[in-house]
Design a protein. Structure first.
Length: 479
């Protein structure tokens, strides 16, 4: 048994592609875990911050899509966590390959490690009760058990899977009778009456080596592939890129199906801590402070004769004004505005599924994060595109040129250091410069303050693939 003094608890945070039920049109760049929905922090940030009082806590390991890497890194910097391990999946393969890869990564660093696996998009109200459940899980995981957390159900919910518990096994943990996928309402009502069923939370705790040993018994293809993928992973700035060929050979399968439903070495710890998987706008509308008319309002909003409505405006361009409405969900973002009844708001998934077929529209993001900061698309026309570039202190864009467009830069905040062919100059607020098509150039922020530049692109094509990099401090030049 691991001595508790030597014990390392490593949070494994899973940032999947969640959001089709919650994000207005399920933008891949903005799944729900990255949004400040409940507090001023995003759900990812809250997931990490609620663990800060746990003893023997190591730096977290984040598993996310490559598309989200700079957004994830920025969110950790905002809460002063400087050294998370960010594993980049080359493509989504569900939770079993993700957790397996994280376990192999942790075993390279810690011989004695417990993995606390948490999705990045859950809400937990009672932190003390959460810690009590973690302590029970820890004691059982130290006895080589695979532990899952089962939430005590409040209603006959059909959005969650269920776990049926048997006799108490040890110290507040119960042996597992069976797992059940999301039931229909009649079945869920039956589960609620029986009293032995718990919601399947998708949270786990186990030793890293026990997880690998058990998973190898039932899904050896996953452990073989992820071991190779981790061993051949590439370091990319602050990220770890899992090797694609091996990882791609994994089946797309959840840890429940690949392991937990098959193993005889599992226990469940009941959790009664105000848990919620914020899976729909209707669910979210139950959280937060309501005004005298029952509204929850976030952002720049004016209401008149409006009641029982959830309004979330993250766009800084348009004010939301409502008159004479009731029981709606209104979500105003940079990309899209959603207006729905609360009861129908979950059906946004159907729209997202249809939109996803049009990849050109689906993958067009208004705000895009880069290692140097971010850019935001302000307007697009047939022969022009306008962006705002936000360059962080001491960062720089690559030395590059474009074959299909020219650019005009105007500095609106800070001091820009420009390299234009062989010429170097500094521009202050109000200054501007024209970059001709094919002209080699770069933009840098050599100061301690943020830099913002309005970029007007002119031409007939504005795709990011029209960037020919000659020098790049972030290693993005294709060889």
């Amino acid at each position: 048994m691991i001595n508790s003094i030597d014990l390392k608890i490593v949070p494994i945070i899973l940032c999947g592609g969640q959001g089709k039920r919650l994000w207005p049109l399920s933008r891949p760049e903005n799944p729900k875990q990255y949004l400040p929905l409940i507090s001023e922090n995003s759900m990812l940030q809250e997931t990490i911050l609620r663990l800060k009082e746990l003893p023997n806590l190591e730096s977290p390991v984040i598993v996310c899509n490559s598309e989200h890497r700079f957004l994830v890194a920025e969110q950790f910097k905002e809460i002063n966590i400087d050294e998370p391990a960010i594993l980049l999946e080359p493509l989504g393969r569900n939770t079993a390959p993700a957790i397996s890869a994280a376990a192999f990564h942790v075993l390279d660093l810690h011989t004695n490690a417990l993995l606390l696996v948490l999705p990045a998009d859950h809400y937990i109200d009672d932190i003390d009760s959460f810690y009590e459940a973690i302590n029970i899980a820890k004691n059982n995981a130290l006895n080589n058990k695979l532990v899952t957390f089962g939430v005590k159900p409040k209603d006959a919910n059909t959005e969650y899977g269920y776990i049926k518990s048997k006799d108490q096994f040890n110290d507040g943990a119960y042996s597992i009778d069976k797992f059940t996928e999301k039931p229909n309402l009649k079945t869920a009502q039956s589960f609620l009456k029986q009293g032995k069923y718990l919601w399947n939370s998708g949270m786990f705790m186990f030793k890293a080596d026990i997880l690998i040993n058990e998973l190898t018994k039932y899904s050896s293809i996953i452990t073989r592939a992820t071991k190779i993928s981790v061993a051949n992973a590439l370091k990319d700035l602050d990220f770890i890129r899992l090797e694609k060929k091996a990882f791609s050979s994994c089946p797309t399968v959840s840890i429940d199906y690949a392991l937990m439903e098959k193993s005889n070495n599992t226990v469940v710890v009941p959790l009664d801590a105000g848990w919620n998987d914020i899976g729909s706008w209707e669910t979210l509308s139950k959280f937060g402070k309501k005004d005298s008319n029952g509204n929850i309002i976030k952002g720049d909003v004016i209401t008149d004769n409006t009641s029982n409505t959830y309004i979330n405006s993250s766009s800084n361009r348009n004010k939301v004004v409502t008159i004479g409405i009731d029981n709606l969900v209104i979500v105003n973002t940079h990309d899209v505005t959603l207006i729905s009844t609360k009861e129908m708001s979950g059906d946004v998934k159907l729209i997202a599924d249809n939109l996803e077929k049009d990849t050109k529209k689906f993958n067009r993001h208004v705000k895009v994060y880069r290692p140097w900061g971010w850019f935001e698309v302000l307007e697009i026309g047939k022969f022009f595109q306008i962006k705002k570039l936000h360059v962080k202190a001491k960062e720089k864009l690559s030395f590059q040129f474009h074959n299909k467009r020219a650019e005009f830069w105007a500095v609106v905040k800070g001091v820009a250091s420009i390299r234009q062919e062989d010429k170097e100059l500094n521009l202050s607020v109000g200054d501007s410069i024209h970059i001709a098509q094919g002209e080699k150039h770069s933009l840098a922020n050599n100061t301690d303050e943020d830099l913002e530049v309005i970029e007007v692109q002119s031409g007939k094509y504005f795709g990011e693939d029209d960037i020919v990099r000659l020098e790049d401090i972030y290693g993005r030049i294709k060889k």
